[in-house]
Design a protein around this ligand. Structure first.
Ligand code: SF4
Length: 147
């Protein structure tokens, strides 16, 4: 079942009812849910595996448990640092600039115009998803992210 922003714009009590209903359906019918959301709290609560997208590309994927505890892509790190209740000791990362147009995305790594770790290779070569350890795959030229 595809749930595209299924609980966005709902008040808290209705949101909780829908979440419980989806979890009951999943358990009773053995359904796989593809849960698409900007609400990271709900994503962490609802999902087993998570894929993070930026400008139409998956930039990181892994188990929800590992991804929320130790994000391996600079965009995921910034996303989690800005989400209410998700910081968990990670310091706030403020991204500069606006999201580029998806119609005309930047060359190379789509995230390079806003990434604080960008270097020359990022501007010309698109990174592919690679194993970064801990059950993660991330699309980043850096093997280890600096602090
Ligand atoms: S490939 Fe470069 S620009 Fe893209 S996320 Fe990694 S360091 Fe940042």
């Amino acid at each position: 079942m595809i749930c595209d922003e299924a609980v966005s714009a709902l008040d808290v009590s209705v949101k909780a009812q829908i979440v419980n209903l989806l979890q009951d359906l999943q358990a009773e019918l053995g359904l796989a849910l593809l849960f698409i959301s900007h609400d990271l709290g709900i994503v962490e609560h609802m999902t087993h595996r998570v894929a993070v997208m930026y400008l139409g590309r998956i930039v990181e994927q892994g188990t929800a448990c590992n991804l929320f505890a130790a994000p391996r892509h600079p965009y995921t790190q910034a996303l989690l640092s800005a989400a209410p209740g998700q910081a968990k000791g990670h310091r706030r990362i403020v991204l500069k600039g606006d999201v580029p147009s998806p119609v005309n995305p930047p060359a190379g790594c789509h995230f390079h115009t806003r990434c604080r770790h960008a270097f020359d290779r990022c501007r010309s070569e698109a990174p592919v998803l690679e194993d970064k350890g801990g059950g993660h795959q991330a699309a980043c030229h850096l093997q280890n992210l600096p602090d």
